[in-house]
Design a binder for this molecule. Structure first.
Ligand code: PSV
Ligand code: MN
Length: 432
């Protein structure tokens, strides 16, 4: 067992907490009294909040960019070790992000077992591994220009399959239990590929990857409507996704990224559908105004996030044994310090979860049974309107985290310290 050595001096967190502790307790008690009037036990909600966990993507620790530009900041991480250290800062302060999701070959890992030890020493473990066949690497024999798992050229498909199997093997050494597959495959022109044959090729490739999964692993398939292919994508929507997952077998499930849908699509309904068929495998949280904007979760539409969690909480209640979606933040932090964005996003996500827990499910079922539309709506709205911040802060304080994570982070001076130690990162462009 690696000795635990958290990145920030715990004294910094304690000094910060001393200032806030009494106010948090006061707010928590006031909310507790309010919830008691609704026959809700605040401590029971607090325990569920304390158990909540959402993974951080290793790439989310770095400063992202658009295809136009990237604006680096001094002290940003430049390799997987530095990314892990920044993820550990996030976890130390918020205590609900104990797992990191890796992405290959973005994360160059010489010794996965050693990295697992290193992460454990920082209080972290590893979540799903993500394969990358949406861009070429230097020295790679075949190009993904025209696709990867669905490419017309069988040599390209074999290369993409082999990469996914490599990811599984690295993931086994890291302690991961899932492979997330997102491909950029698709077309830019009508007629470019047969829509039917390209899906056939994808399924055939996916079957070979599926066959290489360890028995206790899952394969999470991520759909996306458009981008980088703009006319059609091979795994375009949840319908295609669930059909493929069903064809592959029980270990294959669907992954919903909030930014991967047509505008105005009812994502919470998709969640309910996938859960109903036992195929809801995971979530990539982010927010958007126009498309796959990769903005911070809850920044634009916190109400949608609440409605998604409302479905998730209902799905768990309906089938607690089968319900175990892998939650991850998937964002591109272009103009903020990534640690601050990850802290703000984790907070928005767990706040949506806490609000969804406050929905009076039996009253809702009763209102629905009576077709009392306004009563049903008001039950949801009452939960959404509740300020749950003291529940979240209390859970953090109890777990050793910070009352106000972003303020504590700023007080720690972590980034300016790292600016002196880490080498400058490169200018350039690229989504992440
Ligand atoms: C694709 O847009 C995506 O959502 C996939 O999850 C990728 O792995 C991730 O973003 C990073 O580009
Ligand atoms: Mn994603």
């Amino acid at each position: 067992m690696a000795e635990l050595k958290l990145p920030l001096a715990q004294e910094v967190v304690e000094t910060h907490n001393r200032v806030h502790r009494d106010a948090v307790a006061e707010d928590y008690q006031a909310l507790g009294r309010k919830l008691a009037r609704r026959a809700t036990d605040i401590d029971a909600i607090g325990r569920k909040v304390a158990d909540f966990s959402v993974a951080i993507p290793s790439w989310g620790a770095g400063v992202g960019g658009t295809r136009f530009s990237r604006f680096p900041i001094p002290g940003e991480p430049t390799n997987v070790h530095e990314k892990i250290a920044d993820c550990a800062v996030v976890q130390q302060l918020c205590r609900i992000t104990p797992l990191v999701s890796t992405h290959f070959p973005w994360d160059r890992i010489d010794d996965p077992a050693a990295l697992r030890e290193e992460a454990a020493g920082l209080g972290l473990g590893f979540d799903a591994v993500n394969s990358n066949t949406f861009e070429d690497q230097s020295g790679q024999p075949f190009s993904y220009r025209y696709g990867s798992l669905s490419a017309t050229d069988s040599a390209v498909r074999e290369q993409a399959i082999a990469h996914n199997i490599d990811c599984i093997r690295i993931g086994e050494k890291l302690g991961s239990k899932a492979l997330t597959v997102w491909v950029g495959d698709g077309t830019n022109f009508p007629g470019q590929q047969s829509q039917r044959a390209s899906l056939d090729r994808y399924i055939e490739s996916a079957k070979t990857i599926y066959a290489a999964l360890p028995a206790d692993w899952r394969m999470l398939i991520e759909h996306k409507l458009y981008e980088p292919a703009f006319y059609s994508t091979v795994i375009s929507d949840w319908g295609t996704n669930i059909m493929v997952a069903k064809e592959l077998g029980i270990q294959a499930q669907c992954l919903v990224d909030l930014g991967h849908h047509a505008p105005n699509v009812n994502i919470e309904q998709i969640v309910a559908r996938l859960a109903r068929f036992g195929k809801l495998g995971g979530f990539h949280f982010n927010d958007s105004k126009y498309g796959d904007d990769d903005l911070d979760a809850g920044a634009i539409n916190p109400h949608q996030l609440f409605l998604v969690f409302n479905e998730l909480v209902e799905a768990e209640a309906a089938d607690p044994k089968a319900f175990r979606p892998a939650y991850m933040i998937d964002e591109s932090h272009n103009i903020t310090d990534p640690i601050e964005s990850l802290l703000a996003s984790a907070e928005a996500i767990v706040a949506a979860f806490a609000r969804a827990l406050l929905v009076d499910r039996s009253a809702l079922a009763e209102a629905q049974a009576k077709d009392d539309v306004m009563a049903a709506f008001r039950i949801l709205r009452q939960a959404y309107d509740t300020d749950v911040s003291s529940i979240l802060a209390m859970a953090r304080l109890t777990a050793g985290g910070a009352a106000d994570p972003i303020s504590a982070y700023r007080q720690s001076g972590w980034r300016s310290l790292k600016a002196k130690e880490r080498k400058p990162s490169k200018l350039g462009s690229g989504i992440v």
